[in-house]
Design a protein around this ligand. Structure first.
Ligand code: SF4
Length: 378
């Protein structure tokens, strides 16, 4: 199968302590067994493995540096890592980084510019919204340092390459119009909004019940503001829903029926499943096979039965989803949101009713504009 994203955990620790973090604060302790940082021998094994994968599949894949906090690598080791990756991945392969932005310095930004690495920053909104959950190790504010990091990217002559956008976890008690305007004020070229982690056995923050639609209302209000703006940033989640309603395709897992291939490389070089599964149960992101870039070929791992079974988890299996008119757009949501003790992943998303609320509003808007819907929605 083709892989779209290789997510590389270059650091297994973080310099801050977001209270909602699925890596450290949702019951999984796998990070404790991992080296804090990726070593130079693992970096070399990783670049050999990516060379092999790039020649084995026709489609380019994106390599995303992730953590923990990837900038805990420090400037020197980051430069070494990016040099090793760019030596084997030409610029047709996107290399980007997801960071909390706290450790961005002019030196780090120059290194990212040298290797053409796009940087996406995690920020949840204006100070009061962001600092509700995204806090330092002693409960201190993170907002001002993150914004200082964003300004380094935004004001750089290569900002078009460097400033990839913002990643924001939704707080359903915040004002979506205020969050949107705030992100526009930071000149964000794109914003990816995420649902909070959670599942049927552990309801997401702010959700009263499976039937409630707090997030669906929040996203519908965001949709109104977005569609009214003549010069909006890209909002991938809303764009994908609109495209899917019009018969197009989404680009990531969690919406539609696109075949999205993702694998994780840990700091010790082992290969694991999508790390967001960690919030379901301890060890949910681990394969039975002990695969590693040190002794296995990525193309053989991705062609294996166990990897195919993990990949198939993206498609919903519950009969509610199978009989749902919106399944082609909703896609049953992310697997982590379907988890329930007992029935495991065989459930609709815990955000099912939020998805229905939002998608219905998108459909109404498209109909009002006289646009042709995907035949499955008519
Ligand atoms: S809206 Fe609900 S039932 Fe329909 S596909 Fe999504 S999660 Fe499944």
């Amino acid at each position: 199968m083709n892989i779209d994203t290789i997510l590389v955990k270059v650091a297994s620790r973080c310099n801050i302590n977001c209270t909602y973090c699925y890596v450290y604060n949702m019951g999984d302790d796998g990070w404790q067994d991992m080296p804090a940082l990726m070593s130079s021998s693992t970096i070399q094994a990783l670049s050999s493995s990516l060379t092999e994968l790039a020649s084995a599949q026709s489609r380019p894949f994106a390599t995303v540096l992730h953590g923990g906090e990837p900038l805990m690598l420090g400037a020197r080791r980051l430069e070494y890592l990016l040099g090793a990756l760019r030596a084997v991945l030409p610029e047709t392969h996107v290399i980007c980084m997801q960071t909390n932005g706290m450790l961005l310095t002019p030196e780090v930004v120059e290194i990212c510019a040298k290797f053409r690495v796009g940087v996406s920053i995690s920020l949840d909104g204006p100070k009061a919204v962001n600092d509700r959950f995204r806090l330092g190790k002693h409960g201190e504010s993170t907002h001002d340092r993150v914004v200082a990091g964003i300004k380094l990217l935004r004001d750089h002559p290569m900002s078009g390459v460097l400033y990839a956008g913002l990643l924001s976890v939704i707080d359903p008690f915040s004002d979506p119009a205020e969050v949107y305007e705030y992100f526009k004020g930071l000149s964000a070229p794109s914003v990816d909004f995420l649902y909070r982690d959670g599942n049927h056995s552990n309801l997401p923050f702010g959700k009263n019940a499976f039937e409630s639609v707090e997030y669906g209302r929040w996203l519908s209000r965001l949709l109104d503001v977005y569609l009214a703006d003549p010069l909006p940033p890209r909002i991938r989640f809303l764009d994908d829903i609109i495209k899917l309603c019009l018969g197009g395709r989404g680009i990531k897992e969690g919406l539609g029926d696109a075949d999205y291939g993702i694998a994780i490389i840990e700091t010790d070089g082992s290969v694991s499943k999508n790390d967001t599964l960690k919030s379901s149960f301890n060890g949910a992101d681990r394969f039975v096979e002990n695969w590693s870039v040190h002794h296995d070929r990525l193309s053989e791992i991705f062609a294996s039965t166990e990897f195919a079974q993990y990949h198939a988890l993206q498609r919903p299996t519950s009969k509610d989803c199978k009989n749902c008119k919106l399944e082609g757009v909703c896609g049953g949501g992310m697997p982590l949101h379907r988890w329930k003790v007992g029935s495991e992943f065989d459930n609709p998303s815990v955000y099912c009713n939020d998805q229905k609320e939002l998608i219905s509003n998108v459909i109404d808007r498209l109909k009002r504009e006289g646009l042709q819907l995907d035949p499955r929605l008519r």
